[in-house]
Every structure is written in C-alpha cells, then in structure tokens.
Write a protein that binds this ligand. Structure first.
Ligand SMILES: [Zn+2]
Ligand SMILES: [Zn+2]
Length: 239
C-alpha cells in the first residue's frame, strides 16, 4: 500500500508506504548494488564498467510516479491523497570505499550540475510541489547501503517545515518589505562569530538558533531563489 493520509492534529500529510518494509537490508559483504557491474558477476543498478556520477530511480520508493488509482476512500474525518512523486538515487562515485572530501573539485562541480538538472526536470512536473535533495550517512540514521550516494525526493506537497519557512518569509516580506533569508545572512555577517567560511557567492555559517550540534547552513550571498537561478560561477563556488 502506498498513499498519503492527512494528519488533522499536526495539520500535515503522512506518506504510508507498507511495501518498503522488505527493502534491501545489508547485502552480503562483497556485493554492492551501487557498484559498476563486474563481468560475470551479479548485476547491479549500473550496467557499466565505470562511471563518474549516476542517477536512477529508487527501487524501493516512498513515492511513485504511477500511483494506483484506487486509494482508501475518505470518510468525513479521514482523508487520503495520492502518494505520487519520484524518488531518485545519486551515486557520487564508482569507488565503493571512496570518500567525497578526498575527491577533486571537478567531481563536486559535476555533482552540482547533476543536482541542478534533477531539480529542474523533476520540479517542472505538474504533480511535483517540492524537490528535496539530501544525503543520509551512517547506520545510525538507517542507511542500508554504504556506497557513497545521496537521494532526491520529489514530493506532491510542500513538507511542513518548508511550508513554515515560506509562511514566515512571506509574513516578513509583507511587514518589513525585505527577504527574510537575505536579512538573516546580513545579520549573521554583522555579528560574524558564527561564520565558518565564505567565497564570492556563498557563506557557510552555524545559525544563531541552531537546533543540532555541527548544524551548518550555506547561504547564497545574493538573493538567489533556487538552483534554477544559478550562474556557472555559482555552480563552481558552491562546489
Ligand atoms: Zn559499491
Ligand atoms: Zn533573499
């Protein structure tokens, strides 16, 4: 079963995905489905001898391109929605034990270009409201495959935290006539204590109201709404 269910208490959608219960969990030590396929070996997700960066659709997605037309029927209180969306996997390198921080700058530039491409293509679909590009690392957060990779979720709704960010940005713009994110960066720069590093286009900082240890945000120095608005220089500077 795969559907959205409305949580009236938290005022948000929840993705119900029971088919993910039997997803890949810790394959045998020498087999990795994300490595290039070896001649005569088991097939993998990448039928090539080597690669730089690869993107493919997740085999065990929380959101599906084609969702069954029949989802549970609504009562007056319990509402359903279609969990229609796209989940992709991004492989950062063909090197199974590779460490991204040891890779040359060029690899990062390529990765930013890939992110932009996926953001643009997925975000342009009429049933997609939000494209979330992320990476989870470590068994502690439930990562089952150790090959260096990230993920992309293209959602049919705006996730609650993002919605709150949008609401407060809108409210601030109406009240103060300014972009909240630009203002936040301006104040952080004025204070200066939490700035980690910056270049022509971006500034990395620990936010004043950080919720996590080691929480770092990267701000564009100029008002840059999304990946769609990046110049080539900004791609390189982010990398
Ligand atoms: Zn691998
Ligand atoms: Zn701004």
């Amino acid at each position: 079963m795969l559907e959205l269910r409305w949580n009236p208490i938290l005022n948000q959608w929840t993705i119900i995905a029971t088919h993910r219960q039997n997803r890949t969990y810790k394959p045998p030590k020498d087999y990795c489905p994300l490595c290039p396929a070896k001649k005569g070996g088991l097939p993998t997700e990448v039928p090539a001898e080597d690669y730089d960066i690869v993107v493919f659709e997740n085999k065990f997605p929380s959101l599906q391109k084609k969702t069954p037309e029949t989802i549970g029927s609504d009562s007056k209180f319990f509402k359903h929605g279609k969990a229609q969306g796209i989940c992709e996997v991004v492989l950062f390198t063909s090197d199974h034990n590779g460490v991204m921080s040891e890779k040359p700058l060029n690899r990062y530039i390529k990765l930013v270009k890939v992110w932009r491409d996926r953001y643009r293509e997925l975000g342009a679909k009429d049933y997609i409201d939000y494209v979330f590009i992320f990476e989870n690392k470590g068994e502690e957060v439930g990562v089952t495959l150790h090959h260096p990779h990230g993920q992309i979720y293209a959602y049919p709704f705006i996730p609650p935290i993002i919605e709150r960010e949008l609401d407060s940005s809108k409210e601030y713009l109406e009240k103060e006539g300014k972009c909240l994110f630009c203002k936040n960066l301006e104040e952080e720069k004025k204070d200066g204590r939490r700035i980690i590093i910056s270049n022509d286009s971006f500034t990395a900082l620990v936010p004043f109201s950080a919720s996590y240890t080691y929480e770092v945000h990267i701000y564009a120095n100029k008002h840059l709404p999304s990946f769609n608005d990046f110049s080539e220089k900004e791609e390189i500077d982010l990398a």
